[in-house]
Design a protein around this ligand. Structure first.
Ligand code: 2E4
Ligand code: SF4
Length: 308
C-alpha cells in the first residue's frame, strides 16, 4: 500500500461539445444502419474509435477506401475543399461532423484569402485540422509553428497579412507567436474572436489553477490529440513531471511513489469514464482523497449534424 494521496481534478476536463456532437453523429448512423464509414478517427482517442468500431463503424484513411454510394462521416477536425470535391466525384453522401468552431476557422480563411491577404495559420504541421485549413488556398496560406518561423516568413505585401490559429493550441504559446507577428506586420489583421476554442482554453485554465499545488500531472488522452498534448506541455513548462496516458495501467509505479498531490485531467476527446477508471486504480494503490476544482461551468452545446 502507498501512503495517502490527494487527487486534484480540474473542471472542465474531458469531452467538449464538438466531440459529443461528432460521436453522437456516428452513433445515430450506427443505430439507423448498423454500419457506417468514417474518414479518419472521428476524434483523436483510441477508446472512442475502438468502441465505435466494435459497434460497426469502419474507419478509413482516405475516401477511395469507401465503396461508391456509401455514406461517409467526416471527422470533427474538418477537411479541405479537395476532400469534399472527391466525395462528390465518388458519389459519396457526406455527413459532416466537423466541429462548428473548426468550420468557423475555414470560413475566416476563405474570407481572408478572397480579399487577397497572405494568411498565416498558426498551428502544428501534419495535424488534420491544419491540413484542412491549408487546403482552403494552399498557395495563399502559410503555416507558422513558432516565433522562430515568424522571422523567416516571406509575404507578397506586408500591409495585407492576416492570421488564424488551430483551435487546440496553447493559449500562452500562441500569444507569443501573435505578438511576434504583430511586431513584424503592424497592419496584421486577425479573427474577431479567438480561434483557440472555448474548450481548449477552459481545460488549460482549469489545469493551470492546480499547478502550484500538484507534484505530478496526469493527462488522459491519446498520443495524437493536440489539445491533450498542450495540457501536458503546459504542466511541464510549469516545472512539473507530466504524462499523457490512455489508461491507468500506463502509470509507472515510480511516477507516483514519492508524490502526495496528483493533478488529473483529460483532453477534450478523452471519455469521462477513463477519468473514473484512473481514480479507481489510484485508490487501489493506497488511501485517496479526490478534490474537484471547478474553474468554470461549460454550457456550450451544438445542434446535431444534419445530413447533406
Ligand atoms: C476537433 C478539433 O485537434 P485535437 O488533436 O486536439 O483533436 P481531438 O480529437 O483530440 O479533440 C477534439 C477536437 C476535434 C479538437 N479540435
Ligand atoms: Fe470543437 Fe474545441 Fe471541441 Fe475541438 S476542442 S471539437 S474545436 S469544441
Amino acid at each position: 500500500m502507498l501512503r495517502p494521496r490527494t487527487v486534484l481534478l480540474p473542471s472542465p476536463r474531458s469531452f467538449c461539445a464538438g466531440v459529443e456532437r461528432a460521436i453522437s453523429t456516428v452513433e445515430r448512423l450506427l443505430n439507423e444502419h448498423g454500419q457506417v464509414y468514417v474518414r479518419k478517427q472521428i476524434v483523436h482517442n483510441q477508446h472512442v474509435v475502438a468502441d465505435l468500431e466494435a459497434r460497426g463503424a469502419i474507419f478509413v484513411d482516405e475516401l477511395d477506401q469507401v465503396p461508391m454510394g456509401s455514406t461517409v462521416v467526416l471527422s470533427a477536425h474538418g477537411v479541405s475543399p479537395a476532400v469534399r470535391q472527391e466525395a462528390a466525384t465518388r458519389n459519396l453522401p457526406v455527413v459532416d461532423a466537423t466541429c462548428p468552431l473548426v468550420a468557423k476557422v475555414h470560413l475566416e480563411a476563405a474570407r481572408y484569402v478572397d480579399r487577397g491577404d497572405t494568411t498565416i495559420l498558426i498551428g502544428h504541421a501534419g495535424h488534420e485540422e491544419v491540413e484542412g485549413v491549408l487546403g482552403e488556398a494552399p498557395e495563399q496560406i502559410v503555416l507558422v509553428e513558432s516565433v522562430d518561423d515568424v522571422g523567416h516568413l516571406r509575404v507578397a505585401d506586408p500591409s495585407w497579412v492576416s492570421y488564424l490559429t488551430q483551435t487546440t493550441l496553447s493559449v500562452e504559446q500562441t500569444a507569443g507567436i501573435v505578438a511576434a507577428l504583430k511586431a513584424r506586420f503592424p497592419d496584421l489583421k486577425g479573427p474577431a474572436t479567438e480561434d483557440i476554442c472555448y474548450a481548449t482554453t477552459n481545460r488549460q485554465n482549469a489545469l493551470a489553477a492546480v499547478l502550484d499545488e500538484a507534484q505530478l500531472v496526469l493527462v488522459i488522452g491519446s498520443a495524437n490529440s493536440s489539445n491533450s498534448l498542450r495540457l501536458v506541455e503546459n504542466a511541464r513548462r510549469h516545472g512539473l513531471p507530466a504524462y499523457l496516458i490512455d489508461r491507468a495501467e500506463q502509470i509507472a509505479p515510480e511516477w507516483i511513489a514519492e508524490v502526495d498531490v496528483i493533478g488529473l485531467t483529460a483532453g477534450a476527446s478523452a471519455p469521462p469514464e477513463k477519468v473514473d477508471e484512473v481514480i479507481a486504480w489510484l485508490a487501489e494503490q493506497g488511501p485517496l482523497t479526490v478534490v474537484e476544482r471547478i474553474l468554470t461551468q461549460e454550457t456550450v452545446r451544438f445542434r446535431p449534424v444534419v445530413p447533406e
